[in-house]
Every structure is written in C-alpha cells, then in structure tokens.
Design a protein around this ligand. Structure first.
Ligand SMILES: NC(=O)c1ccc[n+]([C@@H]2O[C@H](COP(=O)([O-])OP(=O)(O)OC[C@H]3O[C@@H](n4cnc5c(N)ncnc54)[C@H](OP(=O)(O)O)[C@@H]3O)[C@@H](O)[C@H]2O)c1
Length: 255
C-alpha cells in the first residue's frame, strides 16, 4: 500500500517537538500540507525547517478556549482545507498519587489533555469536516490502560481520550474517521525522566522488541491512520514495542 496525501492538509498540535514533529514529518513526506502549532515560535520555526515539504506554523496554547477557532481559520486561509487533525499536545503538571492532586493541576491536565482535543475536533468538524470529510487522530498513551504510581491523573485523561475517540467516531461517521494511538515509552523530552540513564536500557531490555520508541514509530502509525485505514474508526493502535504483552515475572508453574 502506498500512502498519498497530496492535496490534503494536516493540522498537528504540539508539532514542534517529539512525537508531534515525527507525525508532521511522516504526513509531509506523503505529500500533505502540514500546519503545526505549539506555544513557542522558535521551536516551531526550527521544526518546519526539519519537516520540510509544504509546512507552516501558528503559535498557540491549545488550552485557551479561543485558540481552536483562530488556528483552524488560519489553516483554512493558508492551505484551503483541514482534512486531518492530530490532537497530540499534552501536559503533565502533577507527578504523584491521584489522591493528592490539587484542583489547579487537575484542571490544567483536563483542559490541555481532554477538553482541547474535543474542542479542536468540534471546531474542525464545524468549519470543514462535517461537509468535506476528514480524519481525526488522538494521541493517548499505554498509561490509559493501567494504574500508575505517579501518573494516575495523566493516565485517567488518556483513558478518557480513548473513550472520546470511540464516541466521536460513532457520531462523526461516515464522513469522518476518528482513531487513536497509544504510544509506549518514546524518547522525547516530555518522557526524558523515564528513559534517561540506566533506566532506559533496563526498560528497553524488558520489551519484546528490545528498544524504546522513537517519534518516527508513531509517525508511521499516524500515516497509516490518515492515509490508509479506510474501514477503521473508533479504534486505538497500541505502538509500544510489546510493552503490554510482555511476559511479566509470574512464579513458575510447579510440575
Ligand atoms: N513520550 C512518551 O513516552 C509518550 C508516551 C505516551 C504518550 N505520549 C503522548 O504523546 C504526545 C506528545 O508527547 P511528546 O513526548 O512528543 O512531548 P514533547 O516532546 O514534550 O512535545 C510536546 C509538544 O507539545 C507542545 N505543547 C505542550 N503543551 C502545549 C500547549 N498547552 N499548547 C500547545 N502546544 C503545547 C510542545 O511545544 P511548546 O513547548 O512550544 O508548546 C511540543 O511541541 C502527548 O500527548 C503525550 O501525552 C508520549
């Protein structure tokens, strides 16, 4: 299967670094016009030089309510369509037990990681996709399938994002497909505390595929969801090097 996105426009939140940049590169590589957005102009400028093709940026904080409309309008003006929306940017202001999370940090996680993907999807739908069709890709996490010592609040909203994917897919078909990716540990700045140093090698050694993920691994999956996957909606692709299916240290079975 060859993936061809010529004539299509993708809008990627958090496209200036890490996984978002990996996705933007993959989509641009298949011929899409790509608009990236993040808060810092210098990061965006450097990223579009790397992404290449027909790419551009608009700085934006996705948690601010008015931003979705401004960015979708600017993308329509610049490229003429919004065929693919990748809800990728996220935050994690609290590392600790959920039971101790204060309201400002709970609200911030909700606003950026859950409310923004819904609101940006609503805006893309109203302004383009309802009439012209399209594809939404949400970036969740394998953390959404499990409990966690320090990332419980983050993981709760990632699980909710997977459910939002199912709900919106049911509502937005047949014109719009809505899918999700649940990455495992990917070597980006966001997750550096989890993979930097000896811990990274220890985790890699536990994985069936023997290495940590790179942003390009998620870029490939996003390209499939955007340009292939024509009979797939409401689903989550787990891209984790086998983390979820690895054999854990259960006691041996007695003969
Ligand atoms: N890395 C992993 O191991 C991993 C695993 C599972 C899931 N994920 C998910 O993958 C996605 C990307 O993570 P990453 O690891 O690539 O992170 P990253 O390397 O820190 O990149 C995050 C990007 O989002 C932008 N951003 C952050 N907050 C923003 C905001 N409020 N508004 C607009 N842009 C914002 C950042 O740019 P600015 O600073 O310029 O805003 C940057 O472009 C997230 O949804 C994350 O939860 C990551």
């Amino acid at each position: 299967m060859t993936f061809d996105l010529k004539g299509k426009t993708a809008l990627v939140t958090g496209g200036s670094a890490g996984i978002g940049k990996g996705i933007a590169k993959a989509l641009a590589g298949a011929g899409a016009q790509v608009m990236i957005t993040s808060r810092k102009a210098e990061k965006c400028e450097a990223a579009i030089a790397e992404i290449g093709g027909e790419s551009d940026f608009i700085t934006s904080h996705i948690g601010i309510l008015e931003e979705a409309e401004r960015v979708v309008d600017a993308t329509l003006e610049r490229f003429g369509s919004v065929d693919i929306l990748v809800n990728n940017a996220a935050t994690n202001p609290w590392a600790g037990p959920m039971i101790d999370c204060d309201v400002p940090r709970l609200d911030k996680t909700y606003e950026v990681n859950l409310r923004a993907p819904l609101q940006w999807t609503q805006t893309a739908w109203t302004k383009w996709m309802q009439e012209n069709g399209g594809s939404i890709i949400n970036i969740a996490s394998v953390g959404g399938f499990a409990t966690s010592e320090a990332l419980g609040v983050y993981c709760m909203f990632k699980d909710a994002l997977m459910h939002m994917t199912r709900q919106l897919a049911a509502e937005m078909g047949p014109k719009v497909r809505v899918n999700c990716i649940a990455p495992g540990l990917i070597k980006t700045d966001f997750a550096k505390v989890l993979w930097d140093g000896p811990r990274g090698k220890q985790i890699a050694d536990m994985l069936p595929l023997g290495r940590l993920g790179e942003p390009e691994d998620i870029g490939e999956a996003a390209l499939y969801l955007a340009a292939g996957a024509s009979w797939m909606t409401g689903n989550t692709l787990t891209i984790d090097g086998g983390e979820l299916i690895r054999i854990t240290g259960e006691p041996p079975i007695e003969e």
